[in-house]
Design a protein around this ligand. Structure first.
Ligand code: DC
Length: 224
């Protein structure tokens, strides 16, 4: 049986950075489910489908093939055969992914892909509903969070490091809106699973968070 580690939490809590490092260290495959919703959003954008029109988005789902491959340890998202990794990390796609992910047809479209990845290998999977919905039987569940202010500052620094223009106040507003949508949607909202360990990273740096979660994983998996 494969070992599944679920890391959920709001935008900018550091899930992907931490999950990537731990996966590499512990020999797991890192699965970023947010990237799958981002690829769905990219399709909707490029095909001029009205995001608010749930019936139109649902009708498009059979035409959207999302495939995940791991190349040199990095997850690549293929949208109808094209690697879209380089095109899904924009503010526009972030907002659209959050909206499109509230729709039941979209979630149903990605669920089996996510579960089959978890069946086929030891994974650290990050997202919003992994511990509560996608992998309710995951052996380790972490809920990673931080204050809105800290998360916005981290995102702001990331943009500046990449040489992309950014306005801190706008990022903070976008994060608040995304939290609101992701937590209050009807289907599979962002929330801590009852058996998840809460880790608030507001006053921790990356190495402290990695050490803290590594310890939780070791303790939980030793008992298996
Ligand atoms: O993790 P991320 O920022 O790349 O995710 C983009 C959006 O996708 C996020 O705002 C909500 C949605 N999402 C989701 O609903 N469920 C997941 N398991 C992962 C992401």
């Amino acid at each position: 049986m494969s070992i599944n580690i679920a890391i959920d939490g709001p935008a900018g809590a550091g899930k992907s950075t931490i999950a990537k490092k731990l996966a590499e260290e512990l020999g797991y495959i890192y699965v970023d489910t947010g990237a799958m919703y981002r690829a769905m959003a990219l399709y909707v954008l490029e095909h001029d489908i009205n995001l608010e029109d749930e019936a139109a988005v649902a009708a498009a789902c059979p035409d959207i093939n999302i495939r995940i491959a791991f190349e040199d340890g990095t997850q690549c998202v293929y949208l109808n055969g094209e690697n879209v990794n380089g095109r899904i990390r924009t503010e526009q796609i972030s907002g659209m992914a959050s909206k499109v992910s509230a729709q039941s047809a979209v979630r149903a479209h990605l669920l089996e892909l996510q579960r089959s990845l978890a069946r086929s290998a030891d994974v650290i999977m990050d997202g919003r509903d992994i511990g509560t919905h996608v992998l309710p039987d995951a052996q380790v569940k972490i809920f990673l969070t931080a204050s809105v202010k800290v998360r916005a500052e981290r995102r702001y620094k990331e943009y500046l490091e990449k040489g992309q223009p950014a306005v801190l106040e706008e990022i903070e507003k976008e994060i608040r809106e995304r939290d609101e949508r992701d937590m209050n949607r009807e289907i599979a909202p962002l929330k801590q699973a009852e058996d998840a360990v809460l880790v608030d990273t507001s006053s921790m740096d990356i190495s402290q968070v990695v050490a803290c979660i590594r310890q939780i994983i070791i303790e939980k998996t030793e008992q298996l």
